[in-house]
Every structure is written in structure tokens, then in C-alpha cells.
Ligand binder design. Structure first.
Ligand code: SAT
Ligand code: MN
Length: 557
């Protein structure tokens, strides 16, 4: 217990003492957040066979998860508010007392044979009025090192907390205690006993049994979206599942855009987009790829920050053509989970390059091209610091004014490439009606169409109807609201081919949005919304026929 003696925050110190007594770890470590600390943890993981150093990428490590622990588990994620009505039908509700009691039993002795790490972290810049602090207790060094990339983590956060600052208490265990002498697994977890429970009234998150992504990095979806959305409702702001980017036109005029897409629908690629041929005089800058916290400003505009400091991006499909900035971001000091390993000591995934003649796949098995299975899990991820992203916006740590909000989804039918809402109320309705085909980022059937309002279905911490109303209420207070657009980059044609080339070419859609925001092009008014005219759409440098355009932009079937 020596490790916590120096803590000046009495209540936090007591919480850690009390939890440690219950979790029964063999050691306790308060994280400082230094590079040396992370290096030592990763070295230790390699020594135990739980991580593999990647010789070709300085400071990079590969992790292979248990094949039963590869994605967010929505079916085991609960919001335990006082009443089911507050959580809404969009959430699995759990009675707070019953869930706490059950999880207390699960956590009893859960860290035996392991080290309990205390991870103080800040979502948003330390000291900013928009930021929120959390303290995660975890027995996963992988989580510690990931949290160091994804958040501001360590001693400076404890300093910011002072003697009585408030924080969200986050308790996480992989749920696999070790008996004396018991050999550890390469990815400890407890897939039969997973539960991620949020207790909004107690400012508390419990997560048990999984070590993967949004289940385990509690700053991200748990605090950054579910708990933050509740805080936003109470305090008059919005926590959104949105990328944040800057777009500058050839004349040097700049706009900031926030865009909501469901998980694994291209947020990272869009946020880091490289201008295509014919548009090299435009500039795109990256502020964030997953979460935006949005506040009304005194001037009647909306201002957004990215509360994270890293990317937890989907690896497969990320290549030199589709997203060179992401590749440069994860060239060093990054973690890779469930990708393949090349014989000459690099990582590999589908879409990165031509497949080598031999690989070790994400489960550690021999792999050759044509063997009939992918080398990488479809939800394999890279965890990389935003500081290494070449397209990073110089103002990425500041609140930026939003000119446009975009709602997008993955729809192979019915939904046009782009449509502008008639006004804020209509735009919110478009967002609320978003439907998307499910991806491998969560449990469920890939490809199945589901309603996903504002891409927040798995992340809104309270009743969806109250959330939509909150959006409308915020809109009423704004003298200068951003324009709201709906996009779909995934529509398919008669031959099951994508009608729109996507990736860098999506800048054309952003350019049209930019021109609409600045009143530079007209639009066709329809009851469904405002549509671009083919003649005005920025297609220079891309051969795209009117016929294909009409199929792309058609409303409905
Ligand atoms: O929730 S994760 O962080 O695992 C990824 C996502 O679904 O966006
Ligand atoms: Mn996400």
C-alpha cells in the first residue's frame, strides 16, 4: 500500500485502499505516465509472451487477443441508472443495487496474483473547463499502455485533481485471478463472465472479464461517450461519436467539420483524408477520429474538442492509398492488436500491401495467401498517438467552432451520397433516423441494418428520446448553428459495385459542404432536403458521368 501513501486526495486514497483490500492484488502501482514506465511494462509483457516487439517499427508491439475477446460486447453492456426509464429502451438497464452487489462478488479477489495499476487520466486538455478526469483501476498492463496513448495519463492528472477534485471512478479487471504458481494466458480474460456497467448517479464504471478496446479502455466509450453524454445533458453540452477535422479551400478559408459515423465506417480515413488529384490545393487537417465534446459558445456558435490523444483505428483496409496519414501515425510507438506478423518482423493486414508469401496470422498460426482465411481479425486495431499524425491540426487541443455537422452511415441501398438538411430541426431528425449496416466493431450480425441515431445507439448513456430532445433544445439556443448534412459513401450499383470511389475522393463531398456553408453554390430544394446540382458538384479531376451521378443521388430505391 506504500504506493498510494503520497496521494493528497484523501477520498481517492481511501477508495484505492478499500478496492485493493477487495481485489486482493499481489502488488499496487500508481502510474506516472512516463515513457520509461510504459517501456518497462511492455518489456515485461514481452518477457511473459503476452506481447511481441515489432523490430521494423521502433517502440511498437503486437498483441494477440483471446479469439473470444475481439470486440465491444454490446449485449453485456449496461446502464444502471436509478430507473429503467432514465436509461431508455436503447440501453440494457440494470438495477444499480443488484448489479453492484453481483459485480462486487465478481471483483472479490479478482486481481489475485496480478498487479493493480492506478491509472489517472484526463479526457480533454488538463486544466480545460471542458475536460473530465477519470481514475481507472486495472490489472491489465496492456490497458495501461493503451490509456497512455489514448488519453493524458499519469502524475499531472493527479496534480490537477488536487486534494478534492471530482473524477469518474473506473474499475476494470480482466477477471482471471492467478493462483500461486498458475501459468498466465497470453491474453487473460474471462469471456463467460463479461459485464460493463455504468452507474451514472455514483459517477462509477465497472468493467469485468474483457481486455479489449471499448470494453476495457474506460476513458473511451464508457466515460468519453456514455457518462459524458449524461453530463452533457445535465450541463448543456453534447458528447458525440464524431470525428473532428479542418478543411481549407484554395483561397485559404478554413472550416471545422464534425462527422458522426458508426464504428468501423471510415471516421479515421475521413479525418485523415489526403486530397485527390484535381484537389491538391485543398488542405485537410485532423483533430480527432472518434469523439467530439461540443459546447455552445457565447457567440452563438458550437465549439468542439477531441477529448482523446490517440487513435484506436481499424487496421484492415488501412493502406498507402486509403490512409497514408494513419500509416505514418502508427509507424512507431504504437500498439497493434490482432494483426498478422511478417517473417521479417513487421505487422501486416489485408489492404496494407500485396500479401507476403508467408505470415503468422492474428492467432499465431501459419498463413499463406489463398489458404482460405484472412490473416487479420476484421476488428484488428492500431493504437497510435495523434502527435505522430502528419495531418494533425495545429489547433487540435483547442475548442474549434463548427461550421458543419455531418451524419453518415454504411448503406448499400436507398441513401444518396449527400443531402443538406433544411434547418437544424430537420438536420437533427435526419441524424435521429440514421440506419447503418453493422460492422465487426461489436458483437452482432455483420451487415444487418439497424437504426443507429446519430451513430450513438451503443454509446448514448440515457433515453434516446431525451437525447434527441436535448439536441433540439441546444439548437434553439444557437444564433449561428452549424449546417447539418447527411452522407453515404457506401451506396452500391446494379453489379454490387460501390457507386462512389470513397476515401480521398470524399473531399469532393466535404468541398460541396464547405461551399454550401459559405454560400458559394446553389442547391436543389426538395421536401427531403437540399441536393447538389451535378453541374456545381466539385468533380474536376474525376470522371463521373451524369448517369452514375443520378443513380448515386437518387432518393430511395
Ligand atoms: O469501442 S471501441 O473503442 O472498441 C471501437 C469502436 O467501436 O468504435
Ligand atoms: Mn468509435
Amino acid at each position: 500500500m506504500k504506493a498510494v501513501e503520497g496521494l493528497e486526495h484523501e477520498q481517492l486514497k481511501n477508495w484505492i485502499y478499500e478496492r485493493a483490500k477487495h481485489l486482493k492484488p499481489s502488488a499496487l502501482h500508481v502510474c506516472t505516465g512516463t515513457a520509461e514506465e510504459s517501456d518497462a511494462l511492455l518489456e515485461g509483457l514481452c518477457a511473459k509472451g503476452q506481447a511481441i516487439r515489432i523490430p521494423k517499427r521502433p517502440g511498437c508491439f503486437l498483441f494477440r487477443s483471446d479469439p473470444r475477446d475481439v470486440a465491444r460486447v454490446e449485449s453485456k453492456t449496461f446502464v444502471c441508472s436509478q430507473t429503467a426509464q432514465v436509461a431508455g429502451v436503447n440501453n440494457r438497464w440494470g438495477d444499480p443495487d443488484a448489479f453492484k452487489a453481483c459485480l462486487e462478488r465478481w471483483f472479490d479477489g479478482a486481481m489475485q496474483g496480478r498487479t493493480l495499476y492506478v491509472v489517472p487520466f484526463c479526457m480533454g486538455p488538463i486544466g480545460s473547463p471542458y475536460s473530465r478526469i477519470g481514475v481507472q483501476l486495472t490489472d491489465s498492463p496492456y490497458v495501461v499502455c493503451s490509456m497512455r496513448i489514448m488519453t493524458r495519463m499519469g502524475s499531472s492528472v493527479l496534480e490537477a485533481l488536487g486534494t478534492q477534485g471530482s473524477y469518474v471512478a473506473c474499475l476494470h479487471s480482466v477477471g482471471m485471478p492467478l493462483a500461486p504458481g498458475q501459468k498466465d494466458s497470453t491474453w487473460p480474460c474471462n469471456p463467460d463472465k463479461v459485464c460493463i456497467a455504468h452507474f451514472p448517479e455514483a459517477n462509477l464504471i465497472y468493467s469485468f472479464g474483457s481486455g479489449y478496446g471499448g470494453n476495457a479502455l474506460l476513458g473511451k466509450k464508457c466515460l468519453g461517450l456514455r457518462m459524458a453524454s449524461i453530463m452533457g445533458k445535465q450541463e448543456g453540452w453534447l458528447a458525440e461519436h464524431m470525428l473532428l477535422m479542418g478543411v481549407k479551400d484554395p483561397q485559404g478559408q478554413k472550416s471545422y467539420i464534425a462527422a458522426a459515423f458508426p464504428s468501423a465506417c471510415g471516421k479515421t480515413n475521413l479525418a485523415m483524408l489526403q486530397p485527390p488529384e484535381g484537389m491538391k490545393d485543398w488542405t485537410v487537417t485532423t483533430l480527432g477520429d472518434d469523439i467530439a465534446w461540443i459546447h455552445p459558445g457565447k457567440d452563438g456558435r458550437l465549439y468542439a474538442i477531441n477529448p482523446e490523444t490517440g487513435f484506436f483505428g481499424v487496421a484492415p483496409g488501412t493502406g498507402p492509398e486509403t490512409n497514408p496519414n494513419a500509416l505514418m501515425s502508427c509507424a512507431r510507438n504504437s500498439l497493434f492488436t490482432n494483426v498478422a506478423l511478417t517473417d521479417d518482423g513487421d505487422v501486416w493486414w489485408e489492404g496494407l500491401s500485396e500479401p507476403p508469401a508467408h505470415l503468422t496470422d492474428w492467432q499465431g498460426c501459419h498463413w499463406t495467401p489463398g489458404c482460405g482465411r484472412p490473416a487479420t481479425h476484421p476488428n484488428a486495431r492500431f493504437t497510435a498517438p495523434i502527435l505522430q499524425c502528419p495531418s494533425r491540426d495545429p489547433d487540435w487541443e483547442k475548442p474549434v467552432p463548427l461550421d458543419a455537422i455531418v451524419f453518415g452511415a454504411r448503406r448499400s441501398t436507398d441513401v444518396p451520397l449527400v443531402l443538406e438538411s433544411l434547418n437544424w430541426v430537420h438536420g437533427v431528425q435526419l441524424g435521429a433516423n440514421l440506419c447503418s449496416e453493422q460492422t465487426a466493431a461489436a458483437d452482432g450480425t455483420v451487415g444487418q441494418l439497424r437504426k443507429d441515431p446519430m451513430a450513438m445507439l451503443p454509446f448514448c448513456g440515457y433515453a434516446m428520446e431525451d437525447y434527441i430532445q436535448h439536441w433540439q433544445a441546444i439548437g434553439k439556443t444557437l444564433a449561428h448553428p452549424p449546417k447539418i448534412f447527411q452522407v453515404n459513401f457506401f451506396r452500391k450499383g446494379a453489379y454490387n459495385d460501390f457507386l462512389w470511389p470513397g476515401f480521398g475522393q470524399n473531399l469532393r463531398v466535404l468541398a460541396w459542404i464547405f461551399q454550401r456553408v459559405h454560400g458559394k453554390v446553389p442547391a436543389q430544394q426538395t421536401p427531403e432536403g437540399l441536393l447538389p446540382f451535378y453541374a456545381d458538384f466539385p468533380l474536376k479531376g474525376l470522371e463521373y458521368s451524369q448517369e452514375r451521378w443520378d443513380a448515386l443521388q437518387r432518393l430511395g430505391e
